[in-house]
Design a protein around this ligand. Structure first.
Ligand SMILES: Cc1cc2nc3c(=O)[nH]c(=O)nc-3n(C[C@H](O)[C@H](O)[C@H](O)COP(=O)(O)OP(=O)(O)OC[C@H]3O[C@@H](n4cnc5c(N)ncnc54)[C@H](O)[C@@H]3O)c2cc1C
Ligand SMILES: NC(=O)c1ccc[n+]([C@@H]2O[C@H](COP(=O)([O-])OP(=O)(O)OC[C@H]3O[C@@H](n4cnc5c(N)ncnc54)[C@H](O)[C@@H]3O)[C@@H](O)[C@H]2O)c1
Length: 470
């Protein structure tokens, strides 16, 4: 016996929930299937807890840079208690209530595709429930941490983003593998919350390799100043942990091994498509689901399958998953009603510009659009300008020893911005202005008239434009 809905969503993370909301607002019926907690990775084991752990560390840094102010040791128990509140004590009752109020049907269990428009759910008690979609099935199953292949690493039961964001006791000695966003944020959080020896092993020669080079350099300087042992051009070649939960030894290509009490692997993500039944609809299993700009899976007959968020591999960020979800929910409604389905709002075109991203380290690293290197690779005639943020009055007033830099990448043919990067304290809230300038392709001559207030960090806009020659 099958239950029929207009739309079925698998995965109740931020992306899945937003598709559901838009589809129901458009007049369709919908069900959402979730096998862990409604709210997804973002709410419980990613964005929210990581930022709850990072903010006190950032604040302590800010206080330390302000002459005349001092701070006692951070009360780690209080920080962890606030993190627990931020993740609703790992209880999704509020999210489930929200889903039911949409109104939509919440189904707890593991969903998988079982042929065209059919979703088979295995409920927690092992019973099976078949759901059938009239119009669309949306995959919103997210991603899971990829464990790099060093011998012995998997057997050592390393922490991933899950365990580190849910930490109940900060390890004394932590070794981190990876130099991307999770590695940078979590190394700084754990070190700031009391790890006395934090070692970060980076395979390449820089942190945050997809960003402008100065971002990784400034962060490396902050790591050094904080006593974080950053080692580039190296990797874990073998890991030993003879006792479960005991001491970890990480062997490197050269030199003595690193010993630690805990090991965190932060070497990227894998799409959560294992066991999702993709093969039953003719797609390869275990891979990202390729979609067009309307978030419709390519290569599926009759176009009823969609994928939003991390699972499609376009931009692994909550805000981009939610953006895709709005377009996806609305385009499903348009197609179900036979309405025009090619309006600009029904295409996730911003995925292609270079998504805005804030790395919540101290200094914050914020970027949107293309780096200079990416812009040149894409064939633009480019001129880039940089400016030392410490020379801006608003930045100086934030405290002593301000370290920061900004860069704007200009398309010389159209005199519009292709990308902007800020690194420095107080820059996260500057990023949306840059996102508007890049997305709306505001000509530099118009941008000149957007006068930043004095004395704010935003004055960097004026300095960048002056450096460009306006
Ligand atoms: C440590 C960390 C920090 C991060 N910080 C930020 C940040 O500050 N800002 C930002 O924008 N992004 C951040 N991200 C990225 C962000 O978490 C993801 O981009 C976002 O969670 C993706 O949302 P989603 O809805 O696609 O998937 P998810 O949030 O992963 O949700 C997917 C849901 O689907 C469920 N599911 C999976 N398979 C099935 C199945 N077969 N049946 C039923 N349910 C299923 C899962 O249980 C999960 O609840 C961070 C990531 C990490 C790891
Ligand atoms: N503030 C934020 O916006 C935020 C915070 C955390 C995570 N995220 C998102 O979550 C996603 C996952 O983050 P992440 O840091 O795990 O991935 P990432 O892709 O940002 O970084 C992974 C790093 O690991 C390195 N690496 C890969 N394989 C390796 C190996 N075998 N040995 C050593 N190093 C290896 C890569 O070179 C890369 O630098 C990212 O796309 C990120 O944007 C966002």
């Amino acid at each position: 016996m099958s239950e029929v809905f207009d739309v079925i969503v698998i995965g109740a993370g931020p992306a899945g929930e937003n598709v559901l909301d838009r589809a129901v607002r458009g007049g369709l019926t919908a069900a959402i299937v979730e096998d862990r907690l409604a709210g997804g990775e973002c709410s419980y084991w990613a964005c929210i807890p990581s930022k709850a752990l990072l903010r006190p560390v950032e604040l302590a840094g800010e206080v330390a840079r302000m002459p005349g102010m001092s701070l006692g040791p951070i009360d780690v128990d209080a920080v962890l208690a606030r993190r627990d509140e931020a993740v609703s004590h790992y209880d999704d009752a509020g999210q489930v209530r929200w889903i039911e109020g949409v109104p939509a049907t919440f189904v707890r269990g593991r969903g998988r595709l079982d042929g065209a428009k059919r979703v088979l759910v295995t409920e927690p008690d092992g019973s099976q429930r078949l759901l059938t979609a009239r119009h669309a099935v949306v995959l919103a199953t997210g991603s899971t941490a990829a464990i790099s292949p060093a011998p012995g690493l998997r057997e050592a039961a390393p922490w991933t983003s899950h365990e580190v964001t849910a930490v109940t006791s900060v390890p004394g000695r932590l070794v981190v593998i990876g130099g991307g966003v999770v590695a940078c944020e979590m190394a700084q959080a754990m070190h700031g919350l009391g790890a006395r020896q934090t070692t970060v092993l980076v395979r390449g020669d820089t942190l945050l390799p997809r960003m402008e080079p100065f971002a990784g350099e400034l962060l490396a300087g902050a790591f050094a100043a904080a006593g974080i042992d950053l080692r580039t051009g190296t990797e874990a070649v073998r890991v030993e942990r003879p006792e479960p939960g005991g001491k970890v030894t990480v062997h490197l290509p050269d030199g003595p091994p690193v010993e630690a009490d805990e090991i965190l692997v932060a070497t990227g993500r894998r799409p959560a498509t294992e066991g999702l039944g993709l093969e039953s609809v003719g797609l390869p299993g275990g891979e990202s689901v390729e979609v067009d700009d309307s978030l419709r899976a390519t290569g599926v007959a009759e176009g009823w399958l969609y994928a939003v968020g991390d699972v499609n591999g376009r931009n692994l960020l909550t805000h981009m998953g939610k953006y895709q979800a709005r377009a996806c929910g609305d385009v499903i409604v348009a197609r179900a009603k036979g309405a025009p389905d090619d309006l600009p709002a029904l295409r996730a075109t911003a995925d292609g510009y270079g998504a805005p991203q804030v790395v919540f380290t101290d200094p914050q690293i914020c970027a949107v659009g293309r780096t200079e290197e990416a812009a040149r690779r894409d064939g633009f005639r480019v001129r880039a300008v940089e400016y030392d943020l410490a020379s801006v009055s608003g930045a100086y007033l934030l405290g002593d020893g301000y370290q920061g830099r900004a860069k704007a990448v200009v398309d010389e043919d159209r005199r519009v911005l292709l990308g902007v990067t800020f690194a420095g304290q107080g820059t996260a809230e500057l990023l949306h202005a840059a996102t508007i300038a890049v997305t709306a392709e505001v000509p530099l001559e118009r941008l000149w008239h957007a006068v930043p207030s004095f004395p704010t960090v935003s004055e960097i806009w004026l300095r960048l434009l002056e450096t460009y020659g306006l």
